[in-house]
Design a protein around this ligand. Structure first.
Ligand SMILES: *[C@@H]1O[C@H](CO)[C@@H](O)[C@H](O)[C@H]1NC(C)=O
Ligand SMILES: *[C@@H]1O[C@H](CO)[C@@H](O)[C@H](O)[C@H]1NC(C)=O
Ligand SMILES: *[C@@H]1O[C@H](CO)[C@@H](O)[C@H](O)[C@H]1NC(C)=O
Ligand SMILES: *[C@@H]1O[C@H](CO)[C@@H](O)[C@H](O)[C@H]1NC(C)=O
Length: 431
């Protein structure tokens, strides 16, 4: 009897294990269900790509399986927006082909609303700049296959001193849902000193109770380390202050965001802020680095330039499908800085695992001169005898068939080479 019991419990244990662990990525990734949120799975890697926090806390509203892609009005237009610009941008997203590449969220930032609530206490679009209303705009973009994003603030006022949604969460969420809004960016100005852990969840619950599926983007500026708690609140959370259109800002923000890599995963992403590509403050090489690293870090890809009037270079950068594919890879593990060398650590290697036993590898030269950067396999979590095929995603060409042990390339000052490494024999070693 005891033997049968032991056999039976062994059988159930085996069954349990079979259900609980799904070998999707073979030797690289063995996926374990995270039991509290069964729709997210956690890959286990060697310590280089620690994913210990991946998928644990996610909001689980079914959105953000990969980082959000689209456009936001702030970086180029700031407060100078109106319904014409938003409509023309919708047209440009579609006509340029960017929508087909995945840029589907059209997000209106601050300044869409009137300076005060109406007599019924509701938010109202500014009648001078949005005379047709937000619902009409949502209908317009939906017909084009796009999604509309709007902006509010977890405080008394928005940063540009329009009415905020603090203590109005249910009314405002209902209004947004009734307009057909698909995305909310929720800022942090005039927050009355109230703990963000108290101010952000009420809007999550208010959005949820509308019954409309709405992407919830927390813009808490990283003040209270949102990576530690925002996973169960929003689909993405800002990890830093606002970006500005400069090399200094972009590199600083990349480094700050890197710290939280282990917390990102499908359903909830670290947000190092919107793209500046195309706004004129950085060189072509610097913008290419900005886009490469944002893609590799699984950052939201929200274009921040005037896409009605992009240069050929800007379009080339933001429409690079091979780079976008890294960002949208289904494995959803944030790549990170794995090695630095040279003066002030300016020769950098950033890398992260991809589905299908592959790796994304960036050689980023932050030095003032061109430099050769060499990645050794151990740094990447590969065994040194492993043979690797390498594709360059900016040159769009295969640059090595069977590299072994290391790979180096000359990289221009402030430029970033981005590759996919496909190991041919051994997968990532479990260090
Ligand atoms: C709408 O905004 C754009 C960008 O700021 C501006 O160029 C345009 O003149 C504005 N149009 C109207 C009708 O206000
Ligand atoms: C609301 O939350 C529940 C529980 O997490 C979830 O199952 C549901 O899909 C959510 N609904 C919406 C509209 O987000
Ligand atoms: C842009 O950001 C950098 C780095 O954070 C900062 O030093 C600089 O003052 C900022 N520039 C502007 C115009 O805000
Ligand atoms: C388009 O962009 C160029 C710079 O790339 C600028 O000189 C020009 O004024 C812009 N045109 C419009 C209509 O905004």
């Amino acid at each position: 009897m005891a033997k049968i019991k032991a056999l039976l419990s062994g059988y159930f244990l085996l069954l349990f294990l079979m259900v609980a662990s799904v070998e999707i990525e073979g030797r690289i990734v063995s996926l374990l269900h995270s039991y509290d949120k069964p729709s997210f799975v956690r890959p286990s890697f060697n310590r280089i790509y620690d994913t210990s926090k991946y998928g644990i806390l996610q909001l689980n509203n079914g959105l953000a399986k990969t980082p959000q892609m689209g456009w936001n009005s702030w970086n180029f237009f700031a407060c100078d927006i109106n319904e014409t610009v938003i409509r023309e941008t919708a047209d440009a997203l579609v006509l340029s082909g960017l929508a087909d590449l995945g840029y589907v969220y059209l997000n209106i930032d601050d300044c869409w609303s009137s300076p005060a609530r109406n007599l019924k206490g509701q938010l109202e679009p500014d009648p001078k700049t949005f005379p047709s209303g937000i619902k009409a705009l949502a209908d317009y973009v939906h017909v084009k296959g796009l999604q509309l994003g709007i902006y509010s603030d977890a405080g008394a006022f928005t940063c540009q001193v329009r009415p905020g949604s603090l203590f109005h969460e249910n009314d405002d969420a209902k209004l947004f849902a009734s307009w057909g809004v698909d995305y909310l960016k929720y800022d942090n100005c005039f927050n009355l000193g109230i703990d963000p852990k108290k101010r952000y969840p009420p809007m999550r619950d208010a959005l949820n109770s509308t019954g409309r599926t709405i992407f919830y983007s927390l813009c808490e500026w990283g003040v209270d380390d949102p990576a530690l708690w925002a996973g169960k609140v929003g689909n993405s959370w800002r990890t830093t202050d606002d970006i500005n259109d400069s090399w200094a800002s972009m590199t600083t923000i990349a480094d700050l965001n890197d710290k939280w890599a282990a917390y990102a995963g499908p359903g909830g992403w670290n947000d190092p802020d919107m793209l500046e590509v195309g706004n004129g403050g950085m060189t072509y090489q610097e913008y290419r680095a900005h886009f490469s690293i944002w893609a590799l870090m699984k950052a939201p890809l929200l274009i921040g330039c005037d896409i009605r009037n992009m240069t050929v270079e800007t379009f080339e950068i933001v429409s690079n499908k091979e780079v976008i594919d890294i960002n949208q890879d289904q494995l959803g593990v944030q790549g990170r800085k794995v090695q630095v060398s040279g003066p002030d650590g300016c020769r950098q290697i950033w890398a992260g695992p991809l589905s299908g036993h592959r790796l994304a590898v960036a050689l980023w030269n932050r030095c003032a001169k061109a430099s050769t950067i060499t990645a050794h396999w151990e740094t990447l979590g590969l065994q040194s005898s492993t043979s690797v095929a390498i594709r360059d995603l900016w040159q769009h060409k295969d640059v090595a068939e069977d590299a072994v042990s290391s790979f180096g390339a000359r990289v221009d000052s402030h430029d970033c080479n981005l590759y996919i490494f496909s190991p041919r024999t051994e997968a990532l070693s479990k260090i």
